[in-house]
Design a protein around this ligand. Sequence first.
Ligand SMILES: O=C(O)CCC(=O)C(=O)O
Length: 280
Amino acid sequence: MSASFKDEFEQQGYTVARGLFGTDEVERLREHYMVLRRRGSYDGDAVGVQAGSRDPLRRYPRMAQMHRWDELSLQWLIDDRLERVLTEMLGRAPYAVQTMLYFKPPGSRGQALHQDNFYLKAEPGTCVAAWMALDPVDESNGCLSVVPGSHRWPILCTEKADTSVSFTDVTVPLPDAGDVRDAVPVVMEPGDVLFFHGALVHGSAPNVTSDRFRRALIGHYIEGAAEQVAEYYHPALRMDGSPLELAVAEGGGACGEWVETPDGPVAAMTGMHTVSRKHE
Ligand SMILES: O=C(O)CCC(=O)C(=O)O
């Protein structure tokens, strides 16, 4: 295995493993989740399915924590290939805490810039995402966009997001008042997996195509050194699928706000988060 996953992850806060899963596997997963979605609603869905809604995200709401009731999702979450890259990047095997499936049909809003460890509160260390494309993803259908190097920033205080382009209502500010359009789009093919650090600022723009879904299967992990994670993510699983007990991380705590200095903007820990929410 190339040492560059670790180098890139440390330097940029993310790395892409191209073609980690094969075309047949991806096709099977894509079809599997479409069948599940058509069948109804499940624990963990963002909202219930509303087949006649004008909002595409209501017709195809995001699924979460499928591995708790779906064997295929569990086997993907703890797959050896994901474990190998994660272990190389982090220096030891992680624990798995979440699966998510975004359908993002044509015309869907995106998701404002955010940092995952704001929600997971993994400590010590951080969380890491494995974001696998199930379709070709690019700027038109709202691929993931990232701010390289932002994994070195603290967890920032959140602000109100523009809900005409984001289905979530909070975002994090960039130092120069930029938004998701200033982040770097990560163009990917089905089966490519983007790994990224829990403090990396990322999000996605709307899917402006008229005919292309942007489906993605996501696993969230916490570093093997972590002793706590927010309640929603319990039980954490070892990479052999066995559960382990960790402490529950509480909400709140200090957060970074951009302040101007003669050397440029610096994220000072002047703010205070007061709410604990599950991952948005
Ligand atoms: O896929 C997206 O558009 C957003 C996903 C995301 O931000 C995440 O998994 O943390």
